[in-house]
Design a protein around this ligand. Structure first.
Ligand code: GRG
Length: 297
């Protein structure tokens, strides 16, 4: 896949991840059928697969075998899919549209959607624990990294801060912390896990990759905020304009649209600067940072 133009590489990885997810999710006709069908509904057939793409791109830095990257990519995507299912529930964001289709609790029911999230999350850890990553100590490090990124000091913690902040003006450092946890932690985990699946990086390389991942996570969120107020519901496949309607603290609300765009440009440049040391090995990560910055949805 190394020689492919970016768009073709992207769809090759997306297709590969779709197949890998399809294989690792329980069959829809196995008991309990309704839960398994709903898990497949939530995880398959949609989404940009940005986190898996980041894992594959980071894996190119460390020469990670594609079979290991399949595992990593599925694990982070399953955590992401679980977070979307729970985020859409009436007790959270209360949304009816996701990836251009009815949300999981609308298509099924709330109790099923709750269990879908729980089950996708535990399946992610099962995948990492069951895989052969060569070295047990590294495998445990990877499992711990994903656990921390997903829990109260990562994604779930960011969601808690977000829920508590609705209607309250947040200053930029508080907004940054919220997003570093809610969106950034899993994006960072995708990058670091992809690299960890191969030959160990030096301490300096790992620190640079970590700084890249943190800037890329923030960039993803700033662009998400911009898209929420500039793109249509049809383009996004989810309800547009929800942040403003729900008085959510966003970069656009804090900085204004033009300054948010300029900030996205700064974050892209800072992220790319961290990759210079890797040379051609970071070509895919560079292209992905550009994609995250300029994506239409
Ligand atoms: C419920 C524990 C828990 C956490 C929820 C991810 C999340 C935390 C909430 C989703 C709400 C949201 C819009 C967050 C902003 C950034 C984001 C994660 C957008 C959706 O991710 P994409 O654009 O979605 O990668 P696709 O559908 O392409 O996978």
């Amino acid at each position: 896949m190394n020689a492919l133009p970016f768009a073709e590489w992207m769809s090759a990885v997306q297709g590969r991840v779709e197949n890998a997810l399809c294989r690792c999710l329980p069959d829809a006709d196995s008991v309990p059928q309704r839960l398994h069908a709903a898990m497949r509904y939530a995880a398959l057939g949609g989404g940009k697969r940005v986190r898996p793409l980041l894992a594959f791109a980071a894996g190119e830095l460390s020469g990670a075998p594609t079979k290991r990257l399949d595992r990593v990519a599925c694990a982070v995507e399953l955590i992401h899919a679980y977070s979307l299912v729970h985020d859409d529930l009436p007790c959270m964001d209360d949304d009816t549209l996701r990836r251009g289709r009815p949300t999981c609790h609308i298509e099924y029911d709330e109790a099923t959607a709750l269990l879908v999230g729980d089950s996708l999350q535990t399946l992610a850890f099962e995948l990492l624990a069951d895989a052969d990553f060569g070295e047990p100590a590294r495998q445990i490090e990877m499992i711990a990294l994903l656990a921390r990124a997903s829990g109260s000091r990562g994604m779930a913690g960011g969601q808690a801060i977000d829920l508590a902040a609705v209607g309250k003006p947040l200053e930029q450092p508080e907004l940054e912390l919220m997003h570093a946890l809610k969106t950034g932690a899993l994006i960072r985990a995708a990058v670091l896990l992809g690299a960890l699946a191969g030959t160990p990086l030096t301490d300096d390389e790992r620190a640079r990759l970590d700084r890249f991942a943190r800037r890329a996570g923030l960039l993803f969120q700033v662009v998400d905020d911009i898209l929420d107020c500039t793109a249509s519901t049809a383009t996004l496949g989810k309800t547009a304009g929800k942040d403003e309607a729900a008085a959510k603290p966003t970069y656009v609300a804090l900085l204004g649209l033009e300054a948010a765009r300029a900030y996205a440009g700064e974050l892209r440049a800072e992220a790319l600067a961290e990759l210079a040391v890797f040379g051609a090995r970071a070509a895919r990560l560079t292209q992905l940072a550009d994609f995250i910055c300029h994506r239409p949805f």
